[in-house]
Design a protein around this ligand. Sequence first.
Ligand code: ATP
Ligand code: MG
Length: 326
Amino acid sequence: MPDLRFEDVSITYRTAGGGVRGEIAAVRGVDLTLPAGGTLGIAGESGSGKSTLAMSVLRLLPGNAQLTGRVMVGDTDVTELSFGELRALRWADASIVFQGAMHSLNPVRTVGQQILEALELHVADGWKTEAARRERVTELLRAVDLPPLKADSYPHELSGGQKQRIMIAMALACEPEIIIADEPTTALDVIVQQQILEMISRLVTERGISLLMISHDLSVLASACRRIAIMRGGEVVEVGDALEVCTRGQHPYTRQLADAFPTIGDPASRRNPVTRRTRSDAASDPQQSPMTDEVLLEARGLSVTFHSRTKSARAVKDVDLVVRRG
Ligand code: ATP
Ligand code: MG
């Protein structure tokens, strides 16, 4: 099983905005190692170069990007691979779950067909026959905690969290040695985020896969990774044991990041907490507009069921809800 090493990696984008040519140094002199079977998180603010670094592993950078240094998967320098060799590396050695990947599902094909396609791209010995591949799709859906029946669903019939699970099933399809997860839970609610992170942690541990996980949220990384690197302005400013970095980070920027993100598992400190405000709270707080009796939205016993030609799915069941002004 290979490790993944970034050796003095710098990546520059050439830009030509408004007719003015320029260069953006997105990644600058990065040295990082993900040991075989290990977990490494990369945190950093928006634009700090996290996705750019991740894309370099599978050479998915756009044409205006220029890379110097070496990206090693085991003894292989990815930057020197031919196109054919690179295709062999993708999916089978390393696969990636992108930022907002669920939006890249094909809307007119069932998710089962799309997982099959990922398998067919790389017909490894075990899945040469159609029957073996179908069985593999069922196994993958179970692995990501989805009922096998969901194989027949189209993307629009699934929730965001379910779609992201499908993307993870696709990434697992060819039994990669390394999974790169770039903001795998952005845009999902906190509970679903946590379920998916726990699932990723479980899968990589069970299958001995190495995980490179990227997020701007330190608490997300701390729950899935043993080591964490902090990027700022394209550079790694700190790297170490996850807990050490989160609780005793040395770099002032790490402290800022840690303070900005409360722990995901701690309900008392969730971001955007949904607080219940009572009438007496409102009355005792002169800054707030008082709660009135005016009902803005009311639902009683609300149920919503989606029907397609072949099946039905209940999305909302017996919900009572009243929203009053204030
Ligand atoms: P986020 O948390 O928002 O996803 P990030 O850390 O992943 O941010 P990158 O997407 O790697 O950041 O971008 C790093 C820098 O490179 C940014 O300044 C960005 O504007 C620039 N950049 C990214 N892609 C391109 C591109 N195709 N062409 C030119 N510049 C780019
Ligand atoms: Mg990014």
